[in-house]
Design a protein around this ligand. Structure first.
Ligand code: 8YV
Length: 322
């Protein structure tokens, strides 16, 4: 029997994914599921043929340069790949794969949860209830921002942005978006394209961030861009925390320039800026965009499909390219 390729799994993945991984590969597992530092990854990568990782592990240039020559593929358990240095991997001839499509629906669902949660004060009202502090119904309590009929601006009209738009149409929202190019997808014919972010921002009663993180998008939402939003806009981020300058957002939430924010991601995860905790106009979640049983299994199987194709000598189904 030919020897199985050796894979370093930086995390414990869902049980069905681990079963398939362990059946088909010789796996170095992370039994305790603790965060692996770059040094530990290097130490465990000796004689490894491939690595299965997640955005928790930054494969920057230093780490990729130091990987043993045996490592030929890195399959990330994510659609986002800002944690991987593409140029460094290309220079080493390391193939990179990700998991697009399968998490589109789950992430778009969470974007709507964040949008509604922020607009309708879900966090504050539920907390007061749970703390036993809700004494009676009154007409002026827990009033939020009306959603139906409002303008939703989407920054990044890729798969997830489009899925957010489709869902928001169910709430009778008017869709505006900024993207590299206009999209012509069924059901989105009426969505209004804006060539620049500056054009989009004044049209956003709600702004949903759905673009990837790159040098161009880091802190794209900052003091200056927030200023261009209508007063009392609602901000939703389910993409990557670093696209928003947290200091600027906190300032805008305090002043009321931004009425409320719904975040599934934030800078420096998992450490939430403590100033956020004093704000009752924040609805925040711990990066659960793709966290359904079905989605996480499908993401794992996509990673394995990438590995299987690679070790069979075929092009991988979901390559990440420069
Ligand atoms: C994942 C994500 O849950 O896929 C991505 O890029 O941000 C999330 O949906 C997370 O990365 C864990 O792998």
């Amino acid at each position: 029997m030919p020897t199985k390729p050796r894979i370093l799994a930086t995390h414990q993945f869902p049980p069905a994914v681990m079963d398939r991984l362990l059946k088909d590969y010789d796996v170095i597992t992370n039994e305790t599921n603790e965060h692996l530092s770059a040094d530990v990854i290097l130490e465990r990568s000796k004689n490894v043929d491939g690595i299965m990782c997640s955005p928790g592990n930054a494969f920057d240039q230093a780490l990729i340069d130091a990987l043993p020559a045996s490592v030929k593929i890195i399959a990330t358990f994510s659609v986002g790949y800002d944690h991987l240095d593409l140029a460094a991997a290309a220079k080493r001839g390391i193939v990179l794969g990700n998991t697009p499509d399968v998490l589109t629906a789950a992430t778009a669902d969470i974007a709507l949860l964040c949008l509604l949660g922020a607009a309708r004060k879900a966090h504050t009202s539920a907390t007061i209830l749970r703390e036993g502090k809700w004494s009676r119904w009154t007409a002026n309590q827990f009033l939020g921002v009306h959603v139906s009929g409002k303008r939703l601006g989407i920054l990044g009209m890729g798969r997830i942005g489009q899925a957010v738009a489709r869902r928001a149409k169910g709430f009778d929202m008017e869709i505006h978006y900024h993207n590299r190019r206009p999209v012509s997808e069924p059901g989105l014919e009426e969505a209004i394209f804006h060539e620049s972010l500056d054009d989009l921002l004044p049209n956003c009663d709600f702004l949903s961030i759905n673009c990837g993180l790159s040098d161009e998008t880091q802190h794209l939402i900052n003091d200056a861009t927030i200023e261009k939003l209508p007063d009392g806009a609602v901000l939703v981020n389910t993409a990557r925390g670093a696209i928003v300058d947290d200091i600027a957002l906190i300032k805008a939430l305090k002043s009321g320039k931004i009425a409320a924010a719904g975040l599934d991601v934030f800078e420096n995860e998992p450490t939430l800026n403590p100033e956020y905790l004093d704000l009752d106009n924040l609805f925040v979640l711990p990066h659960i965009g793709s966290a359904t049983f079905e989605t996480r299994d499908a993401m794992g199987f996509k990673c394995l499909d990438n590995l299987d194709a690679f070790f069979a000598g075929n092009p991988i189904p979901s390559p990440i390219t420069l």
